[in-house]
Design a binder for this molecule. Sequence first.
Ligand SMILES: Cc1cc2nc3c(=O)[nH]c(=O)nc-3n(C[C@H](O)[C@H](O)[C@H](O)COP(=O)(O)OP(=O)(O)OC[C@H]3O[C@@H](n4cnc5c(N)ncnc54)[C@H](O)[C@@H]3O)c2cc1C
Length: 346
Amino acid sequence: MDMTNNIPNSCKVVVIGGGVAGCSTAYHLAKFGWKDTVLLERDVLTSGTTWHAAGLIGQLGSSATITRLRNYSLNLYKQLEEETGLSTGLKQNGSLTVATTSDRLEELKRQVTFAQRFEIEAKEVNKEEIKQIYPLINTDDIVGGVFITRDGQADPVGVANVLAKAAIQNGAKIIEKCPVKKILTKNNKIVGVETNFGKIECEFVVLATGMWSRQIAKEIDVSIPLYPDEHFYILSEPIKEIERSLPVLRDYNNCLYLKEDAGKLLVGIFEPNAKPAFINNYKVPDDFSFGELPEDFDHFEPYLMNAMNRIPSLEKSGIRKFFNGPESFTPDTNYLLGETPEVKNL
Ligand SMILES: Cc1cc2nc3c(=O)[nH]c(=O)nc-3n(C[C@H](O)[C@H](O)[C@H](O)COP(=O)(O)OP(=O)(O)OC[C@H]3O[C@@H](n4cnc5c(N)ncnc54)[C@H](O)[C@@H]3O)c2cc1C
C-alpha cells in the first residue's frame, strides 16, 4: 500500500474510496483481469463508515440476487483468509430472529421457505428452543422465531484489509492519503480525476465514497440519492454468562439487533424515525475520519428499555460505550450499482 504522493499519470480505472465497498471493487476488477486499477483513499482505509460497522452477516436478502450476493461474499471471505493469511474475524454462530406478534412470525416463516430455495439452513423455533439457543433471553412476550444456522458476524476492518491485500496480490494499486478533488469529464464521459497530488487520466471511475458520494457527484451534475443518518448502538460492560458461541439476535418488533463482542453485548437499533446526520449544512466534512457523532440518550432510551426487557442481564451490566456514527441509506435501501445515466463510464 502506497502512502506517498507517488501517483501514476494514467490508468484504466480509478476507484475512489477505501471502505469495504472500494476494496471489494478493486479486488474484483483486478481478479477478473483489469489489473490497471488504482484505488485512491482520502485518508486511510476504513476511516469512513466501515471501521464502526457492527459486522453482522446475514445470508438472506430482500431478493434472490441480494441473497446470492450475500452468500458469495460469505464464501469469499473464507477463501480470501486462506489466500492472504489475514483474518476477517468471521464466526458463524448463526442468527436468531424472534417475533412478538403473529404477523411477524408469519413473515419469519416465509423467510424459512425462501431460505430453502437457496439451500440455506433455516428452521422455525418455539419458545423452549429459543431459550436453549439464547439462554439470556426473556421469552415472556415471544410467540416464536427462526434460527439460521450459518449466519454470522465478522470484523469489518478485517474484511476490508483482507480484500485490500487480495486486490494488491492480484495487481491493483492502493494509494492512501490521496483525496480526489474532482472527477474530470469531457462530453459527459470520464477522462480522469484531479487529486491533491495531480491529475490521473483514466477511462472509468468507480465512486465508492459512501456517504460522501452525493456531494462529490453533485459537482459534476450527477445525482446520487444516498443520505447519512445517525446510527446508534451501545456496548455493555462484560456479562459473565455470555459465551463466544452466542448467535446474533434480532427482534424487529422492538427495533433491536444484538451481537456478542468479546464477552460484552453490542445492542444496535433500527428505529422507525431515524435522525438525519450533519443537518447543519447537509454536508459530510472532508476531514471526517474515524468520526463519531454526539450522544443522544433521549433518542436511544426507549430502545434500551426494549433491550433490557429482552435481555434482563443488561439491566445490571452497565454501558461501556454509547456509539453514534453516520450510516448512509438510499430511499429504498437497495445498493446503487452500475453506470450513472448522466456520465458515461462513471
Ligand atoms: C453503527 C453502524 C453499524 C453497522 N452495522 C452493519 C452490519 O452489521 N452489517 C452490515 O453489512 N453493515 C453495517 N453497517 C453499514 C456499513 O458500515 C456500511 O454499509 C459500509 O461500511 C459502507 O462502506 P463503503 O465502503 O460504502 O463506505 P465507507 O466505509 O464510508 O468508505 C468510503 C471511503 O471513501 C473515502 N473518501 C471519501 N471522499 C473521498 C475522496 N474525495 N477521495 C478519496 N477518498 C474519499 C472515505 O475516506 C472512506 O474511507 C453499519 C454502519 C454503522 C454506522
